[in-house]
Design a protein around this ligand. Sequence first.
Ligand code: SAH
Length: 339
Amino acid sequence: MINIRDLYYEELEEIIVGMGEKKFRAKQIFSWLYRGVDSFDEMTDISKELIEKLKEKFVLCQLTFIDFQKSKDGTIKYLFKLNDGHAIESVLMKYKYGYTACISNQIGCKMGCNFCASAKIGFVRNMTPGEIVGQVLKIQKESGEKVSNIVFMGIGEPLDNYDNVIKAIRLINDPKGLNIGARHISISTCGLVHNIIRLADENIQCNLCISLHSSHDDVRTSMMPINRTYSISQVMDACKEYIEKTNRRITFEYALVDGVNDSHEDAIHLSRLLKGMLCHVNLIPINKIKDGKYEKSSTEKILKFRDTLNDRGIVATVRRELGSDISAACGQLVRDKTM
Ligand code: SAH
């Protein structure tokens, strides 16, 4: 069986035409998919006969809504079950300019960052393009809101599920699909250098965010084991190449941990590392996770860190903390309600 939401429009059209149907049927079916239907029976302009044939060939519903929690700040966290019984979480956040969906791309994560709850749950498998995009469709259906921005900042490392994430982005972009512009999509990576370089050649105008968290290799390695494979200077070289090729500004994410990476010297060292780069720093007050050893820096220290960067010509902002009361904030997503 083929997961119909895993297909590009052109791929669907080829199969539908191969079934002896007219091309415009593919258009009708594809359009229903992105209106968020959960069954072929909802495709009211398709004949019963063709619907039966579609049911024999394709699986349609890949995500089932299980539960949601709403934060005091309006952020909503969703728990979805996938067809094989595994569950993932996705988050809907409201900003001035619209709704942002924070979506997962793997069931679990291999990267092992020691401040992130998603790393503690182990790795099960990559999510398919249809499952990735399906989160946005389900969120829109459950909330009744139109999502205008998407961040790949849920569970998983997007550049470790490269092909499926790229296909998901193209489906999200497709005017016949979700029709959300690439500039409204952000991918966050722990720094998989080989795929940062590949992404630069995809000709997708999305935003690239790099989880840096320290400008010192020893500190970064203590937080993120991936730094043993790709050191800070290797990540920086890849970022420079990315900027050169795409002319797009990179966002560096920096989760501030009390006494670990938040000193005045750390801010100065970081400003030297990023000097002259087309970039922006997004400071994240670290969120507490279960059994986590790190504590959040004080607000005073966070603002001082920001000001030190800004004073040295590095644009830095502090990320708003949304959904922390329902464990929906950065690094708090898991795949099971009981965890
Ligand atoms: N795998 C991707 C996406 C991770 S989630 C990546 O590594 O970038 C998005 C951001 O939240 C990343 O910058 C990640 O490092 C950060 N993050 C993870 N756990 C966090 C925590 N407990 N507090 C604050 N930020 C966290």
